[in-house]
Write a protein that binds this ligand. Structure first.
Ligand code: NAD
Length: 481
């Protein structure tokens, strides 16, 4: 048996030792085997990361926006050149299919950096006369920002957080999820290769304890967090101690509303995409599928047929696989427990409902694509985020009713509406309390489009030009003449 590689923390343009040798294991979800070890960011690393970030900020913030933009665009080119190797790393860490990672994860990460690199030179203040005097404003960077990521899109999340922060002249200390530490390290290496100065993007590794250090550190000006609602509350509470700005990208329980006049095949495609893409581990998933009564029988018949015929579960690196493994054994069990609750509470199991052992990956953490029908709003599955391949189908009769039911959740991340009546589509979407909405589509998220949640699904936005404001602060300067 070959010895496992141990990765260190990436600080000031290189990997540094944590001094103690304390490590944690990273598991390949498709095999259950340990892939590699990672050193925990001890106090030695934490102090080095802060000192490095301060030095990096002095250099990076003094560059012109065009200079920063040029360097970031080099990183974009490197990301795209190394797409396949980076995507393979994402597959090994997350268990998601190569079919997805090779065309989405790195591409959308690079897109976001390209988008913000392009905007960097257009960040501007204004000026206003006040009698004979005048004032002007400058948009200045915040300083050291912390990024804390979830495990479902490790590299993409790191890119989406770094892109606006760095474009505005900030530096970032990023902590990926302890389940998927690889993507952020690779991004840090690429930034260095592209010419991003040392200290501008440091990566610290570890679990919530390292995250908690970031959120309470007084040298850090802002935290951008992606994860569960419960963790988000802890992050905000900790950030309050030093009055840090926060961006929160949290969980969802999003409605997908399908009216009688919808194109049924398109709506079925959307429901499958919104529940089984990345084996259901997507924050915007439309897990409450509301179907208007007349098309319900036809809809669930086609949904069952197409789910059973078209989903290929197996080794995620196999190019034929379109449905991979869940992130961990614990998460697999959590999802199976939710399925049991669904059965006990009286939902009808249309398909799936158990763990899977594909021939080419018998030890992976797989759960079958699962659909429950006859669901009601009161059931646990209609209320709680499962973060796995479990769809709840509910019926409705009229528009007002479905809007009210769709909104009856403390979450408000995303929503989708399928109908041929375009007036109704907009009318309904405008009443839905959610930050990311689709009409006759689901899941597309180009870098130009802001993403983020209403209610307890989040605070602030990622992507889209609005995000620049969240990574700059305004200095107003009054000039007496
Ligand atoms: P999680 O909340 O368990 O962990 C997220 C990150 O927070 C990890 O890096 C973890 O180490 C860190 N962390 C844990 N405790 C912390 C603490 N006390 N202080 C600071 N950091 C701490 O979430 P997860 O299981 O990794 O991810 C799944 C969740 O993420 C789901 O709820 C999903 O909806 C959400 N998510 C949201 C979006 C979005 O854009 N809205 C995107 C992806 C995932």
């Amino acid at each position: 048996m070959s010895a496992l590689i141990t990765y260190q923390n990436y600080v000031h343009g290189k990997y540094i030792s944590n001094g103690s040798g304390e490590t944690f294991e990273v598991i390949n979800p498709a095999t259950g085997d340990v892939s590699y070890l990672v050193e925990v960011a001890t106090e030695t690393v934490q102090q080095a990361a802060i000192a490095s970030a301060k030095a990096g900020f002095a250099i990076w913030s003094a560059m012109t926006p065009i200079e920063r933009s040029r360097i970031l665009l080099k990183a974009v080119a490197l990301l795209r050149e190394q797409n396949d190797e980076l995507a393979a790393g994402e597959v090994l860490d997350t268990g998601k299919p190569w079919q997805e990672a090779s065309v989405v994860d790195v591409v959308t990460g690079a897109d976001s950096i390209e988008f913000f690199a392009g905007l960097a030179p257009s960040i501007e203040g204004n000026q206003q006369p006040v009698g004979a005097d005048f004032y002007y404003t400058r948009r200045e960077p915040l300083g050291i920002c912390a990024g804390i990521g979830a495990w479902n899109y490790p590299l993409q999340i790191a890119c989406w957080k770094a892109a606006p922060a760095l474009a505005c002249g900030n530096v970032m200390i990023f902590k990926p999820s302890e389940e998927t530490p690889r993507g952020a390290m690779r991004l840090a290496e690429i930034f260095t290769q592209a010419g991003v100065p040392d200290g501008v993007f440091n990566v610290v590794q570890g679990d919530g304890k390292v995250g908690a250090w970031l959120t309470s550190n007084e040298d850090i000006a802002k935290v951008s967090f992606t994860g569960e609602v419960g963790t988000g509350k802890k992050v905000m509470a900790a950030a309050a101690g030093t009055l840090k700005d926060v961006t929160m990208e949290l969980g969802g329980k999003s409605p997908l509303i399908i009216f009688n006049d919808a194109d049924v095949e398109n709506a079925v495609s959307a429901a499958m995409l919104a529940n089984f893409y990345t084996q259901g581990e997507v924050c915007t998933n439309g897990t409450r599928v509301f179907v208007q009564q007349d098309i319900y029988p036809q809809f669930i018949q086609r949904l069952k047929e197409r789910t059973e015929q078209n989903i290929v579960c197996g080794d995620p690196m196999d190019p034929n696989t379109n449905f991979g493994a869940l992130i961990s054994r614990d998460h697999q069990q959590k999802v199976l427990d939710y399925i049991e609750i669904g059965k006990q509470e009286g939902a009808t199991l249309l398909t799936g409902g158990s763990a899977l052992k594909p021939d080419n990956a018998p030890n992976g953490f797989f759960v079958a694509p699962t659909i429950f029908t006859d669901c009601t709003d009161e059931m646990t599955l209609s209320k709680e985020e499962v973060f796995g391949p479990v769809m709840s189908v509910l019926t409705f009769t009229d528009e007002d009713e479905v809007v009210k039911r769709a909104n009856s959740t403390h979450l408000g991340l995303a929503a989708g509406v399928f109908t041929q009546d375009i007036t109704r589509a907009h009318r309904v979407i405008h009443q839905i309390q959610a930050g990311i909405c689709w009409i006759n589509a689901y899941g597309a998220s180009p870098a130009e489009m802001p993403v983020g949640g209403y209610k307890m699904s989040g605070i602030g936005r990622e992507n889209g030009s609005e995000t620049l404001k969240a990574y700059t602060q305004i200095k107003a300067v009054y000039v007496g003449m």
